[in-house]
Each structure stands twice: as C-alpha cells, then as structure tokens.
Design a protein around this ligand. Sequence first.
Ligand SMILES: Nc1ncnc2c1ncn2[C@@H]1O[C@H](COP(=O)(O)OP(=O)(O)O)[C@@H](O)[C@H]1O
Ligand SMILES: [Mg+2]
Length: 407
Amino acid sequence: MMQHHRGVFFGEVQKALAAALHDAGQTDREIADAIPTSVNNIIWWRKEEALIEHRPVGEADEYSEPLKREPAVQQKRTAEPAVFAPPITDARAISVSDAQIAFVAPVRPEGDNALEIGTCMDAKVFIDLEELLTTRLLIQGNSGSGKSHLLRKLLEESTGVVQQIIVDPEADFVSFGETFGYTVVDAAKFKPAKLASVARKARELRGSIVLTLEGMPIDDQLRAVAAFLNGLFDAPPEHWHPAIVAVDEAHLFAPNGDNGEEKEARKEGQQAMANLMSRGRKRGLAGVIATQRLSKLHKNVAAEASNFLLGRTFLDIDIARAVDLLGMSRADGEQVRNLNRGDFLGLGPAIARRPMKVTVGAVMTVGKAGGSKGLTPLPSTSAADMTSMMLADDDVDQPATPALRVI
Ligand SMILES: Nc1ncnc2c1ncn2[C@@H]1O[C@H](COP(=O)(O)OP(=O)(O)O)[C@@H](O)[C@H]1O
Ligand SMILES: [Mg+2]
C-alpha cells in the first residue's frame, strides 16, 4: 500500500472541514486523506462529537463499535394517562417517486387563494394568491405573446378578493371601470403631485384603480407613474393593506439604460419601480409586472420577483436573461422560442417548483382591441378613387402635398 505522509495537526479549521465531509457521508479514511491528517485523529474527533462512522460501501460490519449517542430528550412524566398516538411512520412511508411528485407538483391553493389561470395537460393550474402577495410576479413575453391577456386573467380571478392597482400604458384595462366599478384615472389630465395624492387616497379607501397613460409622451408617463407609485409607497402604516400593483409594459417605467428619456424622469421611474418591487412587500404592495423584453427592464426591478411566467421570446439576449433569473438550464430556456400565444412557462413559490407549461384560459372582459379579431379586410376602393380621395381638399390649411403615386 502506498504510504502518504500525513500531517497530524488537527485544529478547529480541520474539524469544521471534517464535519462537512462527514455530513457528506465520507468514511474516516476519506476524511483523513482529504484534510490531510491521520485516521486516528478523525476517529478520536468523531467519537468526541458522538458521530457515527460511515463505512465504505459493501464493507462488512466487522469494525462495528458501540456508539454513544446523545440520549433522547427525556419525556416529562405527568399524572395524565398515556395517550397512544399512532406511530409516526407516515412521513417515511412515502415512496421516492411519490416524494418526487410532491416536490415538483404545482401549488394547490384553496378558496379565495386559488386563482385559476389556465391548464397544464388538461389539469387546472392555479396561482396561490397569498403566496403571490409576498413573492411578486414577473411576466415576460414578446409583443403579442399574451401578457396583457394573462394579467387580465389574473386580475379577473382576484377581483373582489384583494385591492388592485393597475398601471396601464395602453388603456387595456379601462373596461375594468365599467365591469368591476374600478376608478379609472387618465394620468394625462393630472399633475404628478395630484396623482400621488390619488394614490394615497386609494390606499386609504382600499379602492381598486386603473391609471391609464395612453397617448402621453414617455417623459410625462415616467413622471406620472413615479409620482403615483411613490404615493402608494408613502401611505401611512395604518393603510398598508394588501394590494396587487400590476404594471403592464414595465420596461417603459424602469428602463435598463438610456432610451432617450429625460434623465431625471428615467431615474424617478427606475427608483419608484425598484421600491415597489423590493420594499413594497412590507407595505402590503405586491408587484405583478409584465414586460416584452427582460433585457430592456432595469435589473433591480426584475431581480426582486420570485415568480415568473415566461411567454414566447425570440431574442437570445432576453432568453439569456430569463435563464439567468430563473436558474434554468439553457436547454429549458430554449423552449420559450416554441411557445404559442397564450402559453407560458410558470415557476415560483406561488405557481410550481419546477418550470410548468401553462395554457392561459379565457377571460371575461375585453381589452381595448376588443379581443382577437383577425385581419380587417382591405377596402375594395379602386386605385383612381383612392387617389382622388387621398388628395381631396380638406379644411386644414396645409402646404401643397406632392401628388401620391399609385403603385
Ligand atoms: N390565452 C389566450 N387565449 C385566447 N386569446 C389570447 C390568449 N392570450 C392572448 N390572446 C389574444 O392574443 C392577442 C395578443 O395578446 P396580448 O395579451 O395583447 O399580448 P401582449 O400583451 O403580450 O402583447 C390578443 O388579441 C389576445 O386577446
Ligand atoms: Mg400587452
């Protein structure tokens, strides 16, 4: 047998290392080799710590030694008659495959907590509302992948159960005003300071609200959303009731890098969104945000969500960000290229412990576009009529238009 020179020093550092190796199931010999020290040191240390000896696989019991383990905690004797509880074997009786199924299984919330968002292989898929409120959600998918539809589904499912605050850049959710009686606020009509006070009021009154920003210049949108979110954030502690804060197209309000916005406005937006996602929880604010492109969304904002719903995504850079955030394998990440509209990979404590493909279900309300209506047929106007109509005089005083060439 080969002789190794082994140092015999065995101090605290070596003990810590030995404990880790022992936990990993290594034998005395293996531990001694790894440190390195003598096997005697390991045996001596192990006995002192009352740890069992791990044996090489298949080795007979000839080295068995009586182990002195810590005596079990003495039960207090009481005058009451002993109650014979069934032996606690249930936890161990579960088979390995059952344990695995239980581990990967999607959440099974009940009652108001169960937000049914769609199906996975014909089985219903839920989001656990209570969990969602503390762990937040990030939705990513290219334009047309079904993000707004998914947000709508989630909000419809939880309406009346929890306060909803919706930041709506495309006026997709104004129909919630009519259908559910939400207050719809057109941000263009108010100064940022007023929007902040509206937000504080919404917290106090626990009223659901849609802040719509359609048609506003981006810098004004940024300022409006920052003021509104800060208003939510600054509400006094007695108004910190749970609320979902849904932000569609979140990269608009927390852009990653410079897209030509005014610098101050961009910073305000980034800060307000980062606050919502990181420090909102204590205040009862649960960020649920959707974005077309993860790479366009500020990192601090994306990093704070623990739940993800990942829709169809084509660009490598966005897939790479998603893979990074979710800790998925690159191969799993590639799947998102092949997702259909309305299909999302869901992962997180409020959804499932392993990526699960969800087909989002139908919604009750309609978006601004009135649902999918396909292509509108083109008019059958003749080329000559079209030309004369396009060039017809109108009342607007305009410089002479160059003649349009019909091709
Ligand atoms: N799960 C779905 N079932 C049926 N229609 C859907 C579904 N998801 C999306 N759609 C439709 O597809 C279109 C694009 O969806 P939308 O949610 O607006 O995409 P995004 O917000 O990602 O750009 C809409 O007309 C929407 O109604
Ligand atoms: Mg959308």
